[in-house]
Each structure stands twice: as structure tokens, then as C-alpha cells.
Design a protein. Sequence first.
Length: 505
Amino acid sequence: MPNRPLSAPNLAHSQTFVKGRARTGLIVTVAAMALVAGGGYWWYQKKQAADASAATAAAPKSGGAAGGRGGPRGAQGNSQTQPVSAGVVDQRDMRVLVSAIGTMSARATAVVRAKVSGELVKLHFKEGDDVKAGQLLAEIDPRSFQATLNQVQGTYQRDQALLKNAQLDLQRYKELQAQDSIANQQVDTQAALVRQYEGTVASDKAQVDAAKLQLSYTRVTAPISGRLGLRQSDLGNVVNPSDTNGLVTISQIKPIDAVFALPEAHVSTLSRRIADRQDLPVELWDRDQKQMLAKGRLNALDNTIDTTTGTVKAKAAFDNADARLFANQFVNVKLQVNLLENALTVPATAVQNNYVYLVKPDNTVTQRKITVGVTDGDRVSVQGDLQPGDQVVTDGIDRLREGAQVSIIASDKVNQVDQAVQNNAAGPRMPRNLPPEVRAKVANMTPEERKAFFQKMREERAARGEAGGGGPESGASRPREHASAPREGASAPSAPMAPASAASR
């Protein structure tokens, strides 16, 4: 049958039918996409939960969240192995020390002054030199003193000649007197003249000696042995005996003394030991008490106690052969007043008020209460439930709690791990479940390497998450592609329109 054009009513009916079928197809497509996306999301969440459970089971037992018990870095519970350093409990002799602040005092101090007035013409020393007693230090212009000496020497020689002549005359007069050729009065007068000249000559000799002494004073010498200070007068200046600062100061610092104050409670014990000539060792330490400067011994105690402070002054002597100690230098003094033999000791860094963390054979820690005794250097004497050979935690204590699992590493590496944790707290958070071997690896890294290491870990973890979630996402995208196919051929349903119109016809 030949095709005939559709009438207007049939055409309208066909268009309505086509629109209805297109709308129905769109709804079905959207519903299918939503169903597929929901299923993919459910599958993704389930896989993530399974991965997290597997990671938790594989990781070392956690030690608690950061910020929990154990300080600002967080003691991370009992299950995570904490890197710490440890020291050994031992028995040794412990010194009972009394600490004080002291001042170094030169054994002797002398201000070198000119003994005569005059111009300073020569200097024979350098500032800071060590000199011996009698060593020439400076010279004053000697010309005026030499002239005075020459003058008095001339007078002395003249008077000596007069005395000699008077003595000869007296000898002749005595011979004549024996012959009864001269009056006795003349002999007596000549004898008096001789005695007069003898006095004059003696006076002249004293003046010569004085002039020589004044001349010798133009050569300035060191009165004591010691170390020179800074020069107080320069060449060309006129120096005088009345100058306050003199030419230079000499301090005798080999040996040198330390003066310090001790509590009066130790006076009787120390006095008895000094009287018995017992050795009382003394150590000098620098201001920060990090370096020992010298060793010496206590020499004497003052004879009075300061009632204001309840202390007594003490003096200790030191050889100071290397001249490291200076007069008026402030030092920390440690005086040994007793000795505890075979005392139980632990590292000072292990003591936390009245307890220490003991490392048990299974590498867990437990608190042990102690009574703290004396401190000697980096060791502390204690009394408590400890045995020689036990290990106690010395570093990393603030991350621990009772029963925590620990891994003993070097102290410097513990500090590096702690610093890495602190640095990481300011930036991206550090993973909490790092195994001890990873923490040790991190400890050997520079801050830049550590930052790159953690960044790489985060990127790898993110990449693993995307790879695990790719299935649902791709599954969701595939239905969208299938659903879009009918839309591209949306005009296809118009093909059956002819049969439909024929049926209507």
C-alpha cells in the first residue's frame, strides 16, 4: 500500500507518544546511575574499613594518642614501642660534696712604683709577662743621680785626705811629746782634729752610699715573682713614688688561692681534719659547672663565723701551673667532706622526683620508688628496690607510663626522634604507628630529609587510597556511559512511528 501523509490529529498523537517514551528512558537511566553509584560507594567504604583493620593488625601495638599521659609529646599508650635510652645501676664510692661560690685570690700582689722621681726612659717588659723577683722592668733617667753621686764622692775623697794628714801630724806630735819637746795641749788638739775628720769622712761615706742607692733606684725591678698586668705609665712620663697606680701590678698566681664561704655546720668536722692534716680535696668548676678548672686542697678556715650569714670563710690552694686561674675570678667550688663507699647509684637523668623507670627483661618499664641521696657528677646515690646491673630509663621518660613497651637506642637518637616529633607537631601530623626501626631511621635524618620522608609517606598513602577506590568510581562512570547511549539515539524511537500510525489508521 502506498504511504499516505499523516493527518494532523495522527501527527500530534505520534509526537506525544515519542516524548513520553523519551522521558521514561531518561528516568530509567538516572535511576540506574544512582543505583550503580550507591553500590560503588558502599563497596569503597567497605574496602577502606577492611584496609584500615588490616593496617591496625599489622602495625606494632599502639602507645596512645599524642597529648595523652606522658607530657606534651604524648605517651602513646601501652601498645606502641617507645624509643628510649637507658643507664645501668651500679655500686661505687660516692663523694659527699659541699658546693660554694668562691673568688680566686692571688697569693701576693705588688704595685711596682718608682722609688725616685724622674723621666721614664726605658721599659723592659711586656704586659702579661711572667717575671721573676729582681728582674729589670724599667729605667728612669739616671743623669742627675749620677751627678749627685760624683759630687759626694769628691767630698768624701777630700775629707779622707784631710783625715790622713791629721793622723800623720798626730803621730809626729806624739813622738815629740815622748821627747818632752812639745806641749801636751798641742797633742790633745791634734787628736781632736783627727776625730773630727773621722766623723766627716764617715758622713761623706754615708752620703756616697745614699747617692748610690738613689742611682740604683733608677733601675726599676720586680719586687716579687708573678704575672704582670697592664702598663700604667708610658715612656717619657715623669714618674713619682707617690703615683697611685705605679708602673704596673704584679700578681703571684702560681700558686693561687680560692676564698669561699662554708656553712658553720661543717666547721667542727673540717677544723678537726685540718688539725689532723687530713687531705680535703677541692675542685674548681667554671660558671656553667661543665668544665673542671683545677684540683687543690683546703688549707685553712677563718677564726670567726659571720653571724649575718652563718658561714665561715675558707681558703684552698691550687698549683695553677697552666695559669688558667686569674685573681678575682669567680668559680664554683666543690669541697669533699666525706666518702660513701659502695653506694648504689643511678644516672642523674634517670631520677624523676622519687622514682625511676626500670626496664624489665621483656622490654617493658615499671616505676620503682627510690630515696635520693648525694649527687656526684652525673651519678646519684639512691636507696630502693634496685640491683646492680639493672637498667633504668635515662632519656625519653616523658613518653612513658607504667607497662609501656620500649626499645633501647642511643641517647642522641632519642633526642633526634623527640625533635622530629616536635617539628612535625608544628606542621603535618606525624603518623602514630611508626615502627621503632622507622623511628630510628627518622632519627638519623636532617630536618629537610625528615620533612621529605613524611611527605612521601603521605603521598604514597594517598595514592594507595585512590587505587583502592578506583573500582567504584570507574564502575559508576561506566553506567553513566551506557545510560548516555539512549540519549545519543533519542530520535531512534521515531522509526516505529509508521507502524504505530498504521495501527491507528
